[in-house]
Design a protein around this ligand. Structure first.
Ligand SMILES: [Zn+2]
Ligand SMILES: [Zn+2]
Ligand SMILES: [Zn+2]
Length: 281
């Protein structure tokens, strides 16, 4: 059976965040269970022997350890047990892990990387990513937005959808995965649109941007305007989709287990993703 494994439920910087000693960060330092690595999920099936990552996070070495400890295997013969990596966008927490596939590190060979045409241009034209493709550590595969890519051998298909987000270096996509169930992965979203709400309602399980609980949480919210959880809960309270929040910033009070916000969200029918959570799909 195909499964999703949450490898990182933190925002790009993870929890604890470097140099921060707030309550959430200190709790994560004291209790490893509360650590949230940078965003990443694995899509795997040990019977059919495949494992794909969505995102290449700066915490990829710990995330590969999670795969290894769980004895997750891939079809590709490489150093990492990964058949390919789907990228969402060019922000630090979502693609900088690729650097660890290069010659200073694993010197991987021919790891398929899937991304939008704009993201491919970005990777081909900017250091250090261009060296990785020049040396064939990674092989860039362009995925047109909205066009289904089918992995018949592995019995699933995947389609990207365009997402409104800060697009300084690339565009941003979410992914819809179709196996026995339909899954949406949407880590970074600045604005809810009718189209995206329709996508959420069309799937069985959705992993959604949970960066902030409210827009009052950090003083520079206007610079990084992710949709706050309170707004998402209000918009989607009638949805029959199973919704998990993920991509939590260290400032988000929802990460405090059994805290007020945590309890309220659960009561409203939403779920809170955490690292190493496995879901059959
Ligand atoms: Zn992010
Ligand atoms: Zn903190
Ligand atoms: Zn982002």
């Amino acid at each position: 059976m195909m499964k999703i494994l949450i490898l990182g439920s933190g925002q790009d910087a993870g929890i604890p965040q470097i140099g921060c000693y707030c309550e959430n960060c200190n709790n994560a330092r004291k209790n490893k269970e509360y650590i949230r690595l940078a965003p990443s999920i694995a899509l795997y099936d040990n019977e059919n022997k495949f494992c794909f990552l969505i995102e290449a996070s700066p915490d990829i070495k710990y995330q590969i350890d999670i795969l290894t400890n769980k004895k997750i295997v891939s079809n590709r013969k490489g150093i990492l047990p990964v058949d390919g990596i789907f990228l969402t966008h060019a922000h630090f927490g979502h693609c900088s892990g690729l650097w660890l596939l290069g010659k200073e590190c694993t010197e991987e060979k021919n790891v398929p990387v899937y991304c939008s045409p704009v993201m491919k241009q970005f990777l081909q034209n900017n250091h250090p990513f261009n060296h990785l493709s020049d040396r064939k550590n990674i092989i860039l595969n362009e995925m047109a937005i909205g066009k289904e890519l089918s992995f018949k051998k592995f019995k699933f298909s995947i389609t990207s959808i365009e997402v409104p987000h800060r697009n300084e270096h690339s565009d941003t996509v979410g992914y819809i995965i179709k196996g026995q169930n339909k899954i949406l992965y949407l880590s970074d979203l600045d604005l809810w649109t009718e189209e995206i709400i329709t996508h959420v309602n069309s799937v069985d399980i959705a992993f959604l941007d949970g960066t902030f609980y409210t827009n009052k949480e950090i003083s520079r919210y206007k610079e990084v305007p992710h949709v706050p959880i309170v707004e998402t809960m209000d918009l989607l309270k009638e949805s029959t989709t199973e919704i998990y929040f993920t991509h939590f910033n260290h400032s988000n009070p929802i990460v405090k287990p059994e805290g007020e916000e945590w309890r309220y969200s659960i009561k409203m029918g939403f779920k809170i993703a955490y690292d190493r959570l496995t879901i059959d799909i």
